[in-house]
Design a protein around this ligand. Structure first.
Ligand code: SF4
Length: 226
């Protein structure tokens, strides 16, 4: 195993996986659907995003060329359940323009480009922040890029790993500097954090039900101090 592995982080992940099982992210029939799902999932529950994904599929539009031809005024009402649907229809069109121009609408071409180049270019697109872009890289293209989010920030700061006002980049580096570069591990690690943040480590945390309150190797600083 890589010498970069930090045992407490692995213990943290193992405790979550043992308690909650593998999360099997990302639930989609294709990498393209995963990308559209990642855009639709911005600032909304997965249930709302999933309904929008299903609506696009039912309309026969889960295809880059057909979706682009349909245009944002056709897409917007179909994805209403994802909230901010006008903005998201626009973001889908922005992504499709880039995808069709640079990859001919083919995921294999996108995946064959250097990961850092794709990351850099997607980050220049309007409405594409690091969480969305890294979700695309990890879950659609299967690149070893750790996804951080608001749950990661809350849980990591409560655990005592970093301060709550840490930047996205530093937060991502915290994990990537300590974990092996492993797509499956990054995939489920982020999913476990989302599960924990969504159900247990909420704004008012339910520490008595938390599998990572005390694993023997790690103790949560917040739980210890409250
Ligand atoms: S012990 Fe409490 S504060 Fe710490 S991660 Fe679990 S729920 Fe959050």
């Amino acid at each position: 195993m890589s010498e970069r592995i930090e045992a407490p982080l692995i213990a943290f992940y193992s405790a979550l996986k043992d308690a909650h099982g593998l999360q099997h992210w990302w639930p989609a029939e294709s990498a393209f659907e995963t990308i559209i799902g990642a855009i639709l999932a911005q600032n909304v529950s997965w249930t709302g995003a999933y309904k929008a994904v299903c609506a696009l599929k039912e309309a026969g539009l889960m295809d880059p060329h057909l979706l682009f031809q349909a245009g944002e005024y056709t897409i917007a009402p179909l994805i209403r359940s994802s909230r901010y649907y006008n903005q998201k229809a626009g973001k889908i069109m922005v992504f499709l323009s880039w995808f069709l121009e640079n990859c001919d609408g083919e995921i294999s071409k996108m995946a064959s480009l250097p990961c850092l180049k794709v990351r850099r270019e997607l980050l220049t697109l309007s409405g594409f922040g690091p969480e969305t872009v890294d979700s695309i890289l990890l879950y659609a293209l299967e690149k070893p890029v750790f996804v951080a989010d608001a749950y990661t920030r809350r849980i990591g700061s409560r655990q005592g790993w970093f301060e709550e006002n840490i930047t996205y980049t530093r937060m991502q580096e915290f994990f990537m500097d300590r974990l092996p570069s492993d797509v499956s591990l990054y995939n489920d690690f982020h999913a476990q954090i989302v599960y924990l943040g969504n159900r247990i480590c909420k704004k008012n945390p339910n520490c008595s039900a938390c599998p990572v309150r005390d694993t023997g190797i790690i103790q949560c600083r917040y739980a210890h101090n409250h």
